[in-house]
Design a protein around this ligand. Structure first.
Ligand SMILES: *Cc1c(COP(=O)(O)O)cnc(C)c1O
Length: 403
């Protein structure tokens, strides 16, 4: 096993060990270098972070509470379970943290138009929201299949003033939307800022997104120290592209006694071929400009991910998770659709909190983990979003209709 990675990446070329990098067409290299340069400037500017924090406080509603889930703890019977309530953010998930940071960056770079990709529509809604706030033109790329599955989020984006472009290529899901957004960026790079939604993509995006999501872990660390007078014993978060997990975990990486668990979507089971467990079941390859774990067949063709939660079905994962996996710092596990739907109901009934189906994967694993731990130990689970958007999906699943 390589030496423990404690979050000091990437190197100058954007690599976290062997993962990451910037595998992009020549035409985009100047734009990515611009972005990197500007980000490195603001990264060390106190005024930038003051403005970012101010918007998070006044507009997003941060800090998000760290809630001791007493009933869930009793239900599980073991370690104390705390929930980091990202579901209480404006727009209902953690995605807005990253959007606030990147829109400030876009403004500083003098860009007049924002583009983004979206899968379930959560990142699209968060992007359209900050574009309305900052009066910037907004175009969201969304796969045709997702447009039909997530009509409500399409309506929200339009109401917020965004143009939603339905992508008919491929299977019409997130991977195809991301390809189209990159294509748009290539032709409009002078005026346009690409606001990427998760810790994946070419360097410097994985670092940018991580730095803007780190607020989750920074707050959680202060909060748990106030409540428990000690650091937690374990952290649990779901992993789609990996941004909410990194946001929670990164500020704790140097505390090597804390165990960390990334929960991937096990879909219909990790041996069924219908899942989105890119780390547990994938292989290393290049997609969307970075080298990372991907779902692919023996010829290197990217496979479609499956999960009951649309936010977890991306067939890859951000490159920093690659090194966290290979060095053993984070353990990656999979939770299938059925167990996620169960946890969705359990948290609703035990605590009066309806979690996003994505977050329900983390809850399901945390219940299992808590049972194996002692009552004086603590777990922080990232409750990445709220579940109102998933009621129909769960209803259908429970009545036996599957997509
Ligand atoms: C998008 C989304 C995720 C997955 O994305 P990450 O980048 O892995 O965090 C998880 N939970 C919710 C609520 C989401 O909207």
């Amino acid at each position: 096993m390589t030496t423990l990675y404690t979050g000091n990446g990437p190197d100058k070329s954007g690599f976290f060990g062997e993962f990451g990098g910037c595998y992009m067409p020549e035409s985009l290299m100047p734009a990515l270098q611009d972005l990197e340069r500007e980000f490195n400037i603001i990264r060390n500017k106190a005024e930038f972070w003051t403005e970012y924090r101010q918007i998070l406080t006044d507009f997003v509603g941060r800090p998000s509470p760290l809630f001791y889930a007493k009933n869930l703890t009793m239900y599980a019977g073991g370690a104390k379970i705390y929930l980091k309530r990202e579901d209480l953010n404006h727009t209902g998930a953690h995605k807005i943290n990253n959007c606030v940071g990147q829109i400030l960056l876009a403004k500083l770079m003098g860009k007049t138009r924002i583009i983004a990709e979206t899968g379930a529509g959560q990142h699209g809604v968060a992007t359209a929201t900050v574009c309305a706030l900052f009066k910037l033109k907004c175009t969201i790329y969304m796969g045709e299949t997702d447009v039909h599955r997530q009509q409500m989020n399409v309506d929200r984006m339009k109401l917020l003033g965004a143009e939603v472009k339905s992508v008919k290529k491929g299977r019409g899901t997130l991977k195809d939307a991301m390809n189209e957004a990159l294509r748009d960026w290539i032709s409009n790079v002078d005026t346009t800022y690409y606001l990427l939604g998760t810790g994946a993509g070419p360097h410097p995006y994985p670092t940018i997104v991580r730095e803007f999501q780190k607020i989750i872990g920074i707050e959680a660390k202060n909060q748990i120290l106030l409540k428990e007078n000690k650091l937690p014993d374990a952290l649990v978060a779901c992993v789609g592209g990996g941004s909410n997990a990194l946001g929670l975990m990164h500020p704790f990486l140097q505390d090597t006694n804390i165990k960390m668990f990334g929960v991937e979507a096990g879909g219909k089971g990790t041996n069924s071929g219908e899942h989105a467990a890119s780390i547990s079941k994938g292989r290393v390859g290049v997609l969307h400009g970075n080298l990372t774990y991907l779902l692919q067949d023996s010829d290197g063709q990217i496979l479609d991910g499956h999960s009951i939660s649309a936010g977890l079905d991306y067939p890859g994962v951000g490159p920093e998770h690659g090194i966290l996996f290979e060095t053993g710092r984070v353990t990656y596990v999979a939770v299938n659709d059925e167990d996620a739907v169960n946890a969705f109901q359990i948290l609703s009934q035990q605590e009066g909190i309806i979690p996003a189906l994505e977050s329900a994967h983390a809850i399901a694993y945390a219940i299992k983990l808590a049972k194996e731990m002692r009552p004086e130990q603590t777990i922080i689970v990232n409750l990445s979003g709220r579940g109102d958007k998933d009621l129909n999906t769960v209803k259908k699943y429970l009545s036996g209709v599957t997509e």
